[in-house]
Design a protein around this ligand. Structure first.
Ligand SMILES: Cc1cc2nc3c(=O)[nH]c(=O)nc-3n(C[C@H](O)[C@H](O)[C@H](O)COP(=O)(O)OP(=O)(O)OC[C@H]3O[C@@H](n4cnc5c(N)ncnc54)[C@H](O)[C@@H]3O)c2cc1C
Length: 392
């Protein structure tokens, strides 16, 4: 009998899981709370640890059309823009890790992933409010009072996951003390900067990262500043342009020009949670931010969600029939992923100005220190289930 798989949440993690499951010939329904599919309009980093998996799903050509493979990162003096160090990336990192490092608009990646899931398998306006797990299956209850049945339920419902509470002890998000102002500007607004490069400026009160998206037509900016707790954890739309000007006071005028061009300044307060000691039951499991929300200082939250999603798809594909096989598959997935994501999650807490590694707000001059993240191959790391032949 075909395994009935339900996924709560159509973010980057949930959609990657759905795309990977369908790619492997399994059927999965995605239930998304929002009434339309959407992602935030800013950029993100995709490390080779994620791009190698996306390429195996056949997404390489679509990614190539919209993503940028930055040639290098320049770390610049915040006050006068002098180049302090330059880290070659581009082909150097491609050769080093066997897959490209790229930057992409989140909405583009979201759209590409959605295109790999049959439209009739994505259900919007479906907020999961509770579920019942029985020996025979899982019954999902939605806010609109409808229900759905499944054999397996995957919680890809983000940092405030409803499923997490069922699979793990209660906990609350932990505030980092920092918030991030993010948005995009046309690259022509910063004529002194090369849209083939990434830039990092570390000032005394703010750190700025700029990287290209939209095939080099726009820069995403990320400005991280210490912020008292209580700042909103989601989009804000008014007043933050002034915050941007304040944060970049004293910065090189060539880069400070972005404040005049920025029309879409949004702020995120940066939260994570403590690593979990378990996140699966016999019929439910978690992935992405639902399982391991992390600070963006390694730029890895969505990358780890992609690794989770592909690993889980392999485990479910190779599962023995029946409830015991499903439970074993979820356990195998969790055992493969939890130690690694815990390490990334805890590593992401290290304040980035105290080290020299890539982050969502800084970039490396020493890539070697995060080889274990960027060089990771989640499928190769998956040990074969005893008694089965491993199929990647
Ligand atoms: C400033 C900043 C910069 C970042 N930069 C990067 C980066 O460069 N690279 C990177 O890899 N990561 C980065 N991240 C992290 C990344 O954004 C997240 O880790 C990633 O989006 C998590 O994806 P997800 O699918 O697990 O969760 P989400 O993106 O939160 O998606 C959850 C989905 O579930 C839906 N949902 C929620 N509750 C329910 C429910 N009850 N029923 C049904 N649906 C529900 C939501 O509407 C949403 O669509 C950054 C984060 C921040 C804050």
């Amino acid at each position: 009998m075909t395994l009935r798989i339900a996924i709560a949440g159509a973010g980057l993690g949930g959609l990657t899981a759905a795309a990977a499951l369908h790619h492997k010939g399994l059927d999965a329904h995605v239930h998304e709370r929002a009434t339309t599919l959407r992602e935030q309009g800013v950029g993100m980093h995709l490390g080779p640890n994620a791009t190698r998996l996306l390429h195996r799903l056949g997404l390489g050509p679509q990614l190539q059309q919209c993503a940028v493979r930055p040639e290098a990162l320049e770390i610049r003096a915040f006050h006068n823009g002098a180049t302090l160090t330059r880290q070659d990336m581009g082909q150097t990192w491609q050769d080093r890790y066997g897959a490209p490092y790229c930057t992409v608009r989140r909405g583009d990646l979201h759209r590409i992933l959605a295109s790999r899931v049959p439209a009739d398998r994505i259900h919007t306006g479906k907020e999961l409010v509770r579920h019942e797990e029985t020996p025979h299956g899982v019954l999902l209850h939605f806010a609109d009072r409808t229900t759905a049945h499944a054999d397996v339920l995957i919680g890809a419902d983000g940092i405030h996951s409803a499923l997490r509470a069922a699979a793990a002890p209660a906990d609350t998000p932990r505030y980092s003390g920092d918030s991030a102002l993010r948005g995009t500007v046309d690259t022509t607004a910063l004529p002194g900067l090369d849209p083939a490069l990434m830039y990092m400026y570390a000032g005394p009160a703010a750190r700025l990262l700029l990287y290209p998206i939209d095939a080099g037509r726009r820069f995403t900016y990320v400005v991280v500043t210490p912020t008292p707790e209580g700042a909103p954890e989601s989009w804000t739309s008014t007043g933050d342009r002034t915050d941007l000007e304040t944060a970049l006071t004293g910065f090189d005028p060539a880069v400070r020009a972005l404040t005049a061009a920025a029309h879409d300044v949004r702020r995120w307060a940066l939260y994570d949670r403590a690593p979990l000691e378990r996140w699966s039951t016999p019929r439910t499991t978690l992935l992405g931010d639902a399982a391991h929300p992390m600070l963006p200082y390694h730029g890895q939250g969505a990358n780890q969600a992609i690794e989770d999603a592909v690993t889980l798809a392999v485990c479910l594909k190779e599962a023995a029939p029946g409830p015991a096989g499903t439970a074993a598959a979820l356990n195998r997935y969790e055992q493969a992923r939890r130690p690694h994501t815990t390490r990334v999650q805890l590593g992401s807490r290290t304040p980035h100005h105290t080290r020299n590694t890539p982050t969502a707000t800084t970039r490396p001059t020493d890539a070697g220190s995060i080889d274990w993240i960027l060089g990771h191959d989640a499928e190769a790391a998956l040990t074969p289930e005893p008694g089965t032949l491993h199929a990647a």
